[in-house]
Design a protein around this ligand. Sequence first.
Ligand SMILES: C[S@@+](CC[C@H](N)C(=O)[O-])C[C@H]1O[C@@H](n2cnc3c(N)ncnc32)[C@H](O)[C@@H]1O
Length: 250
Amino acid sequence: MADDPRSHESPRTAVVWSVLRAELRRRRDLGVTELAVLDVGGGSGVFAVPLAEMGLTVTVVDASADALATLQRRAAEAGVAGRVVAVQGDADRIAEAVQAASYDLVLCHSILEVVEDPGQTIATIARLLRPGGRASVLVANRVATVLARVLSGRVAEAARAFADPAGRSGAADAVRRRFDTGVLTGLLEAGGLVVERLHGVRVVADLVPGAMLEGVPGGVEALLDLELAAAATPPYRDIAAQLHAFARRP
Ligand SMILES: C[S@@+](CC[C@H](N)C(=O)[O-])C[C@H]1O[C@@H](n2cnc3c(N)ncnc32)[C@H](O)[C@@H]1O
């Protein structure tokens, strides 16, 4: 596993990468040099390609042939096509596509919002992990949805998202469900996973238009530092646009 060049990071994803990097360091310190990674709903490889660039072998299962074609093109451009395996399949039936108890790390990013049964997906992911393996789970935060809609003047939608346990702003909402810290933790625990870390993602990163920081010396770095500090600190964590849980299969 090579060191991460960090070129793929931005304040919007820095927290997730900091958790993933810490896990890779932990494994390396234990003398582990090969890790099998599964990226469920990994799409065009926003996470899979940089992980492959770090020397990991990543299997991406995604329903979209187009996304997988983009993944393969990006992996080839990055020179890591041999370390990225693309599998077209449905997260709701993922156990049919890959082997049980064979992964050290499973990514499940921005997909629980759309699957048939998130509890079933998590239980399956737990079975696909080797004992001691980790799951990285990223979901949309229903609290942030309410606040974002108010800020853009869509108060009726905000009120509906506030009242709906799934955090949907109405019938036209493209997202099937959103989560909060309690629901996400409960889901992982019910699936047999032990939550080790829980962060907010995009706590402050989305609050400032990029253009506003242009020309401000150290502006982006200061935003990144604040994002990383606030990510683990309630109540800031709990209002982030997304929630990230890192959990272990006992
Ligand atoms: C919002 S994208 C997230 C992509 C990637 N995980 C990331 O974080 O950049 C959601 C991905 O899930 C895929 N997807 C949606 N429903 C799916 C399902 N039932 N089974 C597998 N993949 C699915 C879509 O094709 C898309 O690539």
